[in-house]
Design a binder for this molecule. Sequence first.
Ligand code: GLU
Length: 478
Amino acid sequence: MTGMDSTAPAGFDRNAVTRFAPSPTGELHLGNARTALFNYLLARRAGGRFLLRIEDTDAQRSQESHLAAVLADLRWLGLDWDAGPDREDDRGPYRQSQRGALYGRLFEALERQNAVYPCFCSPLELEAARRAQLGSGKPPRYAGTCRELSEEQRRGKRTQGLPATMRFRVPAGRRIEFVDLVHGPQSFLSDDIGDFVIRRADGTAAFFFSNAVDDASMGVTQVLRGEDHLANTPRQLLILEALGLRLPSYGHVSLILGPDGAPLSKRHGATSVREYRESGYRREALCNHLFRLGHSSGEHGLLDLESMARAFDPTHLGRAAAHFDAQQLRVWQKEAVHHLPADEARRWLAPELPAGLGEAAASAFVAAILPNVVLPEDARPWAQIVFGPPPAVAAEGEETIRNAGERYFAAATHAAAQSGNDLPAIASAVRAATGKKGAELYMPLRLALTGRSHGPELAPLLKAMPAGAAHARLARFA
Ligand code: GLU
């Protein structure tokens, strides 16, 4: 590879250019989000560039709304790109649907060297040939029906109005080798690869072609992508080689599986970035979990993207499939919430706060409950308890309240009348009146004030309640 900086640690290339190349045919899946993250980190660790290319040549399946959603998800994750459909530069346009002129020139170049030919086989004929091959135990590959048609035969078919795809003429007897960043040395025989379509009958470029030539023409140096593309790479290398274009290095990242070992899918629960975002997951949590899926790292704490970029090591990408673990994601989420700055936490929980709550009251409430919150929905019952009417005491707490006795609550109520929502003042008055300590002192107070035997630390929670709340709640038992 050119451009290696000999003073940089091994594997760092300041000229590294990576890319994420989604097809806007659906939501951003966790697997794709991880691919985007890894490419982003690979570029950022080296001080290189990260590109966003939209693979929308399949007009039927690509939708503007999906594109907008993918961009929004990537922005939310914090994976900002140096060039992309909204940030064009001289290597663009970054939407494949706008790169037809470039593809056209390259198709012509391939035609000139007889590296391609028109194929008039109909989908029906292709399917029949495929079945026949499978039936006789052979791997299905294009039988070469149109490979050697004469110019006259081609003209005839064109005059009949038969639509033609363009097929790449795979050279015979070649061994195609490359070193995969994850899987190591790879070797394929060209004779195992049938001639494949690089231009559809409607004139649009097919995936193998546009994906490979764009990587080359955009100066991409490393391609990290899903393992499902590994078998495509030899075809793409052949295209690039025929065009004399520079070859990127490829790394194929293991798939993400659900807990049952099947590829992660809807039946495992939420699989899109949007679903996690909308249920209140923090991007830090998602990124930290994805960072460790199929990538082993000695860094065990919650990392921001910058530290992740420093810690990302493509030689630590594993070959074994990675398991998505919702529990582990929750652990990261707890960690992320724990690290939230106060104003950020307030914004995050804003939808759960009562309307019209002043900033100071909101801050006090959020600070009090945050240690007990993993997702915003966990704040909802506490908002009800703190700002709603005095909460009923759970059945299992009634006896504790009764056993505390009248003197206990008389002292507590009196103290609350004097000092407001001040737990230390109330507790010390009760202690003085009853001699109780520890759980015997605090549990009846917690039950009377919150209705529950467990919850956030009581003193700050009480402070977050509206004035007079302690008195009103305790007086019920005096
Ligand atoms: N558009 C392709 C996909 O979403 C890109 C594959 C690649 O990264 O090369 O699978």
